[in-house]
Ligand binder design. Sequence first.
Ligand code: ADP
Length: 367
Amino acid sequence: ARISEGEALRKKLHNTILELKGNIRVFCRVRPFITDGNEYDGSVVSFPTSTDLVGRGIDLTNQTQSYSFTFDRVFGPNSSQQDVFVEISQLVQSALDGYKVCIFAYGQTGSGKTYTMMGRRSSEDEKGVIPRSLHQIFETTRALTSEGWEYSMQASMLEIYNETIRDLLLSGRPGVGPETSNSKQYNIKHDQSGNTIVSDLTIEEVHSQGDVDRILRQAEQSRSVGRTQMNEQSSRSHCVFTLRISGINKKTEQQVQGVLNLIDLAGSERLAKSGATGDRLKETQAINKSLSALSDVIFSLAKKEDHVPFRNSKLTYLLQPCLGGDSKTLMFVNVSPEASSAGETLCSLRFAARVNACEIGIPRRQT
Ligand code: ADP
């Protein structure tokens, strides 16, 4: 009886917080177990409902306790890319209605951020949020032409590596990798109508799915890839895809301007685990700083504070006009189910809970 009272209280608090925090949503996604030649070491997470996640023995200091977290949605390893997209298609649609939208993927390296955002190019079923969103936008805008709507769309794609911006659509850029320096400065400014302007950044007009496919291919090639002991392909940079949408209705003279930002964040792993030294240590520190700047901003927006610390990182300054106000934010927290990732998984869940402002933290006894 005590547990169910606790549960009821937790749910009630969660609902109240949902009302208070407005336009921020947090979805948790647990990827399938990857064997990779390793023995199955047990899963540390389970999902009693579509919004609850229970982590077992993931507090390394106290193996007997388990923790439960409530998010707006929890996707288990059997959820497909389509299952995930169904839950966000409305949000993507709101960019066409004139909203500023940000969708982030947060998590340790190897937890499925890139799979969630980009997916596998080779398989139609496994395409991720970015290609699916653009597909939906093109379908919708095509359908709306019969009602008098005309749209123009501009895409850009950049990465932020060690607090330095790099253009992923700079054509003819030869090298890839963190060491390749880019001579341009890419200063960030905000204009009077609340748009972000990044000087010198390539902006591509997109008219069709073909244009988008070309852009994504180019960006994938230029994306800098570092190496840590954890994952050779680990991404050490934040990757930001931005689509600006301007629509005008020739019949009603209505106008809309929306923005869709889709962001694959750098791996959130802590120092000890990545075994980083030298340049890698510097990277990890820059990543940690900007990820905590992001959570500070979101947290401060959720609490409706007067001063929001946008200027503490390039990422938050870049996205400033698209965070807060009547913009909409969704964060995927991607986690790995393996026991060997238990510590990082708990850290990611706590980060997400802080963003979600819903870590009610009623520990449950293990059964
Ligand atoms: P990250 O971007 O967080 O470093 P990845 O997206 O590269 O992680 O995922 C690590 C590996 O797990 C990749 O091989 C990816 O294809 C696979 N993977 C991740 N999530 C899923 C999923 N939901 N279903 C199937 N495979 C997945």
